[in-house]
Design a protein around this ligand. Sequence first.
Ligand code: ACO
Length: 335
Amino acid sequence: MHRSRFIGIGSYLPPRVVTNDDLAEMMDTSDEWIKTRSGISERRWVEPDVTTTDLGLKAADAALDSAGLDRSDIDMIVFATLSPDHEFPGNACFLQAKLDLPGIPAIDVRQQCTGFVYATSIADAMIRAGNASTVLVVGAEIHSKGLDLTTRGRDVSVLFGDGAGAAVMQATEVSDPAVDSHVLSTHLHADGAFAEALWLPAPGMAYEKFSTSAQLEAGLQYPQMDGRAVFVNAVTRMPEAVEEALAANDLTADDIDVFVFHQANMRIIEAAAHRLGAPADKIVNTIDHTANTTAATLPICLDEAAKSGRLEAGMLVAAAAFGSGFTWGSMIIRW
Ligand code: ACO
C-alpha cells in the first residue's frame, strides 16, 4: 500500500511569555475570568521584527532535524496560516525562499484552526498520487500583532497566542497496517454559512477600496467572533469528525492511544472528549501555556507529546480541529 507517514515533527514558541495578569494591565480582564472560561494561563508573543515565516522556518528546521533529513530532501511545501506575512504571495513562497528551495511547489492553506488538518490531507493526497515524496507541512501563526488589546477586543484577544509547528511527511510502502507508520485517513468539512461567525472583516476586496480609514475606525481589522456560535458548533463538529474517522477505519475510541484536539478552549476540549469517551490521560493539551495558535496548534501538540514520551512509534493518534469558516476535520495516524 502506497501511503504517507509522519517522519519528523517540530515546533517553535517565541520566548516572550505573556500571562493573564499581563493582559489585565492592558484591558479590563482577569486571570480568573480567562482561566475559568478557557483554561489558558499564558501565551507567547513575538517581538515586532519577527514574521510568521520566521516562526515557520524554526519549526521546519526542527521537524527536519527530527526526521534526520536536509532541507534539500523536501519536494513540496504546504503552509497553513491565517496570519501570513503579506496579503500575497502566500507564506509557502516566503518560507521556500528562506529554505533556499527554488522550483518545488509551494501551497498556502487558509483554513484557520483546521488549517493543519487540511494541509496534512493535501500532502497525504499528493504523496498517495505519486506527485510528491517528501512534503514539509507547516502551521504557523502570529496573532499578537493583529489583536485589539483594549477592553473592546477582550473576548477574542485573551484567547490567542503565537507559535509554529511543522511535520515532514514522506511516502511509504505499508505492508502491515497494524504496525507500520502511516496516515490512515483524513476527513475535511466546511460550512460557509457561518463565515461571519469568526472572521477578520477588513481589509478586503468586498469593500469599495481594499483598505480605508473608515475600516480602521470601525475596528474591522480585528478578529470578530460570535463566541456562543463557535462554542456550540465546535463541541458537536469535532467529536463528529473523530467518530467519522473511527468508523472509516473500523476503529473505536478505545483503539486510540493519543487524542489531539484543536486547542481553542479547555471547555470545548472537555466536551468533545466526554462525547467520545476519551479518557483524560490519552488527551494531549497545551492550551494552558500556548493559548489558541490556530493552524500551529496540532503540530505543536504532536511535537510536545513526542518530546514528553507520550507519543511513540506505532501508536494510533486521532486528531481533530474546528475553526473559522466554519471548517472542521479529523485524521487518524499510525505514528
Ligand atoms: N475578560 C473579562 N470579561 C470578559 C472578557 C474577558 N476577556 N471577554 C468577555 N467578557 C465579558 C463579556 O463582555 C460579557 O460581559 P456581560 O455579561 O457584562 O455582557 C461576559 O464576559 C460574557 O460572559 P459569559 O457569557 O459568561 O462568557 P462565556 O462563558 O460565554 O464565555 C467565551 C465566552 C469564552 C468566548 C465562550 O463563548 C467560548 O468559549 N466560545 C468559544 C470561543 C473560542 O474558543 N474561540 C476560539 C477561536 S475559535 C476556534 O479556535 C475554534
